[in-house]
Design a protein around this ligand. Structure first.
Ligand code: AHR
Length: 553
């Protein structure tokens, strides 16, 4: 049997549960007879501000993500800005992309940032970490990194889309000295250091001001096979001194794989062995969770447990959501363990890899490893996950969907001059309105979904979502996971009246619906006005994600 941990340790070396069920439990009043569900937004019960960075992205040098996805080259016939795909820039501006993590993932711990600076035609070609996973069909740039997109080009990309860069540093195979040299290259003031001169010679006089720094990636696996204690020692060493020039640096520690509570505990235990003030070095602990096991409990094998991106039935649909739903318990569980050491709650969670992971076979471009076709199911999954992050805005400071383009839960698919926004990308556009809003407690009550899971009755919650306030505008997102039933819902806003309202809905009669290069508009949202009344009435279609904007008086 292959586990994910083993997969990541060996493959490349050699080759919350908060269920709102029923009406009575959480709702003060039952729905009226014409409705079956109810949402109550409690304006008087504010939560934390929703960090825009929860809507972050992840672009690893893996398969078709960087070469073909992001980078097409300056002389390409594909529309580009300084070598970067223009269609991608335009859409990422639209969705207000706040932060992008780069260059990995597992790739990060074999990357030498110096290979990606200096004149582009002099940069070396290096074996990509993912080379052994690549197929015969993969182009050479996927196996041997041509280093055409390095630090300068990546930061330039971030500047073009209005994002902050989040750089993942190599702890497995570069010394601590190279970590602070990379910071020096990015952030030292013009004219101050040789690194700043090198940056200026490349056309970037002003410091990049990179704030977010990952200290390794998955250090329990591909990032070095450390124990939690060993990694904590490395983390202390790498972060003990780095140059700052008044720039606040936010260090993100490699965190647990899924529910490995012992990693979180062991790491923090070792960190505080040198005193509780050591905690202040850590901005966030990374958490990774992929929904990959759709075997309905039959196996834990990393290969055998995976499902198909396109070929699935209703039970598989719920199975994916059940796997994704684990995110809530993971956030609560790791937060609880973190609190054993960090009573001041200085450290936040950074969920810098999340999304479904299916078996190969649905690639839009043959030869792109880990590329899969996102469907309406993945849109519903993504809406549900973003709502979980919003509801835990006191704990989650950043999240990065894995990955941005041509990989796993892609927002975009691209190949040469073809480009399409996936249903997941549509959800990010719909949810952008939450960024920076004041979270507000919201109660959802709806009949649970009931279905047969391998001849046993199973249930899944009926409606969930999240709400945020932006002055007099209330933004409410809602997921209806039921593949067959719309939810006739009354929406009560406690503490204000609604002046005007409209709703944007993403759904399709076919739960497998997806957007392709040939048919890019199969899954696109529709917006309608909502009749103002008290309470508001809204029908959340079966298998849908909705975003409601309510102007309050
Ligand atoms: O996103 C793909 C891979 O999944 C990343 O490189 C790694 O961090 C994770 O295991």
């Amino acid at each position: 049997m292959v586990t994910r941990r083993e997969f990541l340790q060996h493959t490349f070396a050699g080759a919350g549960v908060l269920i709102f069920s029923g009406y009575g439990a959480l709702s003060a009043t039952a729905p009226t007879s014409s409705t079956d569900s109810r949402i109550e937004v409690l304006l008087g019960e504010p939560l934390e501000t929703i960090s825009p960075n929860i809507y972050g992205h992840f672009a690893e040098n893996l398969g078709g993500v960087i070469y073909d996805g992001v980078w097409v080259g300056k002389n390409s016939r594909v529309a580009n800005v300084d070598g970067i795909r223009k269609a991608l820039i335009d859409d990422m501006r639209k969705i207000k992309a706040p932060v992008v993590r780069f260059p990995g993932g597992c790739f990060a711990d074999s990357y030498n940032w110096r290979d990606g600076i200096g004149p582009a035609d002099k940069r070396p070609r290096r074996t990509n970490f993912w080379e052994t996973a690549e197929s015969q069909l993969s182009p050479p740039s996927h196996k041997y990194d041509p280093n055409q997109i390095g630090t300068n080009e990546f930061v330039h990309f971030c500047q073009l889309i209005g994002s902050q860069p989040y750089l993942a540093a190599n702890v497995r195979s570069l010394p601590a000295e190279q970590f602070y040299r990379w910071i020096e290259y990015c952030n030292s003031p013009a004219g101050s250091t040789t690194s700043a001169d090198e940056r200026a010679a490349a056309g970037y006089r002003d410091p990049f001001g990179v704030q977010f720094w990952g200290v390794g990636n998955e250090s329990w696996g591909c990032g070095g096979n450390f124990t939690a204690q060993e990694y904590a020692v490395e983390f202390r060493r790498y972060t003990t001194w780095v140059p700052r020039w008044g720039q606040e640096l936010l260090f993100i520690a490699s965190g647990p794989n899924v529910d490995n509570w012992e990693w979180t505990r062991g790491f923090l235990e070792e960190i505080v062995r040198k005193g509780p003030e050591q905690l202040r070095r850590i901005y966030g602990m990374a958490l990774h969770h992929y929904a990959w096991n759709l075997s309905r409990g039959r196996t834990q094998d990393w290969e055998k447990g995976k499902g198909d991106a396109l070929n699935f039935d209703a039970v598989d649909w719920y199975e994916l959501l059940r796997e994704g739903e684990r995110m809530e318990g993971l956030i609560e569980g790791h937060w609880h363990v973190m609190g054993e050491f960090d009573q001041q709650r200085h450290i936040k969670l950074v969920v810098d890899e999340w999304g479904p992971w299916y078996k190969p076979g649905s690639e839009a471009t043959s030869g792109d490893i880990l590329e899969q076709m996102p469907t309406l199911r993945d849109a519903v999954f993504s809406g549900m996950t973003l709502d979980i992050f919003n509801r835990h805005s006191d704990k989650v400071a950043m999240a990065n969907c894995a990955q941005l383009i041509n990989c796993l839960n892609s927002l975009y698919l691209a190949h040469e001059d073809k480009f399409v926004v996936t249903p997941v990308g549509q959800v990010f556009a719909m949810y952008a309105g939450h960024q920076g809003g004041q979270g507000v407690r919201t109660i959802f009550s709806a009949p649970v979904v009931t279905y047969q899971r391998d001849d046993r009755p199973a249930t899944f919650w009926g409606l969930k979502g999240s709400a945020s306030l932006h002055g007099k505008v209330l933004f409410l997102t809602v997921v209806n996971p039921d593949v067959g039933q719309p939810r006739e819902t009354e929406i009560v806003i406690r503490g204000s009246a609604v002046k005007s309202a409209h709703g944007t809905v993403l759904t399709n009669r076919d739960i497998h619906a997806h957007n392709t290069f040939e048919q890019p508009n199969s899954v696109v949202p529709q917006t309608t006005d909502i009749k103002v009344a008290a309470p508001l009435a809204f029908t959340f279609p079966a298998a849908s994600v909705s975003a409601l904007r309510l102007d309050l008086s």
